[in-house]
Design a protein around this ligand. Structure first.
Ligand code: GLC
Length: 803
């Protein structure tokens, strides 16, 4: 079964069957103002903090046929009564002649045909604006004259999204609506919470005369609310009640009489759902976006933004689905995850229990550094504000208030009081930023550490370089009995929480890679002394690691507080963990023979056709000694599920060993575009990565969940571009070292790097996976595989002959 197809020429995915197994969504606007729109027109919109300033009531747990946040009704007269339907399919579920939801970059366009009426709605948030635009074009495609009414609907939530669900007394008493009448029948229907009245209002308006309106849900559905969204009884009457709600469940419904449309005739209504301090303050912008040409040009601006964003790298490989992902959907998802972190999706409900993850954001930002390096720098600067003076970091933070918290540390009183990996990721992203830009001045910027005195004054600050060095020193000085990094509360795997004294072999390797990156930086800066120190740290950790980590066929994942291994053949459950294998290669710690054996074991024990499982076999019962991982059934999430974030690390490890066939197999088996024909099994959007797929120990093997906001986006993008295609920024220039399937005849990449365009054609005449015979640059052969930095705004032709 498939529900749609990719249209790369328009950079859209087009859904043609509204009955997708779960809602498929798209992001509009930014965390400043925006949210997501589902493919049947429902929308969850927030301004700033999704927990404290939410506009629409989108309840993902309601059945998919329900009204969620926003919808649109049309009606016309048939047999002397009103025929009502929604051109979005839900909530009226009428039979459609055509249904298309175009999932575009920062806009969604829903195009449908019902009863001889074509509706074409484009939904987006203009840049820098606090409003959702819905541009609604209605065309009479029948051969008779039809009188059409257009009735857009918004259902509000209280600003405080959690309270909306927990206090059913206070909330309805505070919600109110008020109408503002303007000239020529235009109206602005506002909505506010009584106590917030002077601070902010939501409003819903359009550029078309409004004959009547409704703001009370009970009136709209009628029969004291026993009417339904499928057939709101008030729509059977000529006009709406013009009620200004004084309490209750507030909605906004605007009745537009388009009048008589001749066959072929089109009319357009543009609605705005926005938020402002007052109607007076909002008015100039409302008037601006009532002009169709302003609306069109705001949409053009969005298209231009993405033109520019995506033009930083374009690839042509023999694999069409890889091209779709690397050219469009994957970089786009990287930007979304960097901006929205884990705040708001169908799965992350943004209700305040979770802020931005320090480790998540440090990894997400790596996915945007090529396209938006300076935005990346601003973001990394924020992250460094959350680092503590001892070098480790707070676990979560709020990017608006810049407050931070310790994540789950609070849950276990006597638990180790830090996460052992957070601070190392930000070193990787900072060095990655420097390799992309060579903006070494950044290293001298002074940034306070998070620690404050009782008055809120910062207790310490340091340059960016000091921040990075303290991160290294933290891990260096927090080691256990084997000389390996202590696990703390958890490492990347949040759900394995061992008692104090446990050690993490994953962090040993993450530290190894971090040291290598810092060594590159020290070499570039000419700081020989620090370079030598880090080399010693590296060799020291490598030695400790290799003394105790080998289990025979793979690497161990943890030592618990008694020094017993986890992720070993001696464990009956959780015997082998994927990250222990991939990262031992990525760090450079694994000797070649063990590296190969470990990756072969992954291929044998952990690889499935839908991706690589995180561990095997799954834990079968709750075990408080191990932690959260044992709360999932085997095959789900961290407990032997296919946790997609980790799959690109295996692609990278295989590529480092020269195994292009496997690297690509691993790329391909999780590419969501390859699931397009398997949607009944996979269920989630085929145009973005999910966080997890159920593993083969689960009866629903292959089922994806938690799409969109996942670190998978950033890492697959890096694995695909830097390791498989092998185009890697370095301090010396752009390194080219592809590792591709042997049967590829070659590929082409156009990439901007340091203000020059590198047009790279790779040819693979002898059908190998890795290895370069010659490279010519602008017609002359060069030594080595690093193309120099030009900084000349020009295009340079690079021909790479593998061999
Ligand atoms: C979730 C968390 C991430 C963690 C991962 C594995 O994706 O957001 O921080 O690394 O789970 O536990």
């Amino acid at each position: 079964m498939r529900c749609g197809y990719f249209d790369d020429s328009k950079r859209e995915y087009i859904i043609i069957n509204p009955i997708t197994p779960v809602k498929w969504i798209n992001y509009i606007g930014s965390i400043e103002f925006g949210g997501f729109v589902d493919h049947t027109g429902g929308a969850l919109i927030c301004r700033g903090d999704p927990a404290l300033n939410r506009l629409t009531k989108y309840i993902p747990q309601l059945p998919d046929s329900s009204m969620k946040g926003e919808t649109l009704y049309l009606r016309f007269i048939e047999d002397e009564s009103f025929k009502i339907f929604s051109p979005f399919y839900t909530p009226t579920l009428d039979p459609y002649d055509r249904y298309e939801c175009h999932v575009g970059l920062s806009y969604t366009r829903i195009l449908s045909e019902f009863y001889g009426i074509k509706t074409d709605v484009t939904i987006f948030v203009p840049f820098g604006s606090h409003r959702v635009i819905r541009s609604i074009k209605i065309t009479n495609i029948s051969d008779r004259i039809v009188t059409i009414d257009v009735i857009p609907v918004v259902e509000y939530t209280h600003f405080d999204a959690l309270k909306q669900f927990t206090n059913a007394d206070w909330i309805p008493q505070t919600m109110q609506s008020k109408i503002f009448n303007e000239e020529k029948g235009l109206k602005i229907l506002t909505q506010f919470a009584f106590m917030n009245k002077d601070i902010k209002i939501n409003y819903f308006t359009s550029n078309f005369p409004i004959s009547s309106f409704e703001s009370d849900r009970r009136n709209f559905l009628s029969n004291y609310g026993y009417g339904s969204w499928i057939r709101p009884l008030s729509l059977l009457k000529e006009g709406l009640s013009n009620t200004e709600a004084q309490r209750g469940d507030n909605i906004a419904v605007l009745m537009h009489h388009l009048g008589k449309l001749k066959p072929g005739e089109t009319r357009r209504v543009v609605t705005q759902l926005g938020q402002a301090e007052s109607v007076e303050k909002a008015l100039p912008e409302i008037q601006r976006y009532r002009k169709e040409r302003e609306v069109d040009s705001a949409l053009d601006d969005i298209i231009k933004f993405w033109d520019e964003y995506l033009s930083r790298m374009q690839v042509e490989t023999p694999d069409e689905l890889m091209n779709s992902m690397l050219n469009i959907h994957n970089p786009r998802q990287c930007y979304i995850t960097k901006n929205w972190s884990r705040y708001l999706s169908l799965y992350q409900l943004g209700l305040g229990d979770r802020e931005m993850g320090f480790r998540d954001s440090s990894q997400d930002v790596m996915g945007i550094l090529m396209s938006r390096p300076y935005e990346g720098k601003t973001f990394i600067t924020k992250l460094l504000h959350i680092q503590k003076r001892d070098g480790c970091a707070m676990h979560q933070f709020n990017p608006l208030s810049m407050g931070a918290n310790e994540g789950d540390l609070r849950e276990k009183e006597d638990s180790p009081n830090y996460y052992s990996d957070d601070h190392l990721w930000v070193v990787l992203s900072t060095v990655s930023y420097l390799k992309e830009t060579d903006d070494l001045d950044f290293l001298n910027e002074n940034i306070p550490f998070y620690d404050r005195d009782s008055r809120g004054n910062s207790l310490d600050s340091g340059t960016v370089l000091e921040h990075l060095m303290r991160a290294i020193e933290f891990t260096h000085s927090h080691t256990g009995d084997h000389g390996l990094p202590l696990l703390g509360f958890a490492d990347w795997n949040d759900t394995v929480n061992l008692n104090f004294g446990a050690e993490s072999l994953f962090v040993a390797n993450l530290y190894g890679l971090t040291l290598r990156e810092m060594m590159d930086l020290m070499e570039h800066m000419g700081d020989q002394e620090t370079l030598e120190r880090y080399r010693e740290y590296y060799e020291e950790m490598k030695k400790c690691f290799n003394q105790c980590s080998w289990d025979g066929k793979w690497f161990i994942r943890y030592f618990d507080c008694d020094g017993l291994p986890i992720g070993s053949h001696t464990n009956t459950e959780g015997s082998i963990y994927a990250n222990a294998q991939s990262w031992s290669v990525i760090s450079g710690f694994a000797p070649p023979d063990r590296a190969k054996t470990a990756l072969d074991s992954v291929h044998y024990y952990l690889t499935t056709k839908n991706g690589i499982k995180l561990c095997w076999p799954g834990y079968n019962r709750y075990n408080p000694e191990i932690g959260g991982v044992t709360t999932y059934p085997p095959g789900a999430k961290e407990n032997g599920g296919i946790f997609l974030h980790t799959n690109p690390w295996m692609m990278m490890a295989e590529a480092m060993l020269g195994n292009g066939n496997r690297a690509f197999q691993y790329y391909n088996q999780i590419n969501p575009a390859t699931k397009n024909d398997l949607i009944e099994e996979y269920e989630c959007e085929p145009y973005c990565y999910a966080q997890n797929i159920l593993g083969d120990e689960h009866t629903q093997f292959g089922l994806a969940r938690n799409s969109w906001l996942s670190g998978t986006a950033s890492w697959v993008y890096q694995a695909g571009t830097k390791y498989i295609l092998g185009i890697m920024p370095t301090f010396k220039g752009l390194q080219i070292d592809p590792c591709i399937p042997h049967y590829w005849e070659g590929f082409r990449v156009k990439r901007w790097f340091r203000n020059a365009m590198y047009d790279i054609k790779v040819k693979n005449p002898t059908k190998i996976c890795k290895g370069i015979n010659t490279i010519t640059l602008d017609g002359s052969e060069i030594e080595g595989n690093i193309i120099p930095i030009f900084n000349d705004e020009k295009k340079h032709i690079v021909i790479v002959l593998m061999g």
